[in-house]
Design a protein around this ligand. Sequence first.
Ligand code: C5P
Length: 222
Amino acid sequence: HYPPVVAIDGPGGAGKGTVSQLVAHRLGWHLLDSGALYRLTALAAERQGVASDDEAALERVARHLDVAFISEGEGARVLLAGDDVSSEIRTERVGALASEVAALGSVRSALLSRQRDFACAPGLVADGRDMGTEVFPDAALKIFLTASAEERARRRHEQLRQAGHYASLSGLLKEIEARDARDSQRAVAPLRPADDAVTIDTTELSIPDVVARIEALLARRG
Ligand code: C5P
């Protein structure tokens, strides 16, 4: 049997990352940022000069991904073959490449057992697109976080601004809509709420509100 898993799925920019980190921290549970694995696969492939349509080679890259997630104090760092790629994997470029490789079934299967390995005692908070539908179908609690595309673009804009980057709001909205379409229309593991997921629309909710709701749901499932 798995240790308890809270699956948190939804489109990009709904607040999954921040919410998952906070819930995991408060519970003292492990955290899986599954999107990072797709981003790392995309970046590793790019660095190795693998073409984005060479499925067999992409599968090999995913299977042999040499990554380390290091969490020390405040900052979590991600190493790819020993190289700190924490900021690079967050770029729009790598996000778009990730969403392309994530559409390939063999890449998804190659990453499956690696994701399941994160489920260790005392528990796991898993953040992604298919945590509740494919990776952890027996999760104790499944949350589907959404927010309007406009609100998600606004949040991303603010995040970038704080990091000292300028991006146009309308450009971000277009990217978000394109990524949503690709993630929800793909043939393999499309983005959708699991049948037994609780959907939370975060458009008008603060992060602490969302965390409190998830904790209340978890307490009720006990
Ligand atoms: O969540 P994040 O933006 O980091 O994910 C990057 C891309 O990886 C997503 O757009 C999606 O295509 C893909 N992904 C996925 N399944 C997951 C997590 C991410 O297909 N569980």
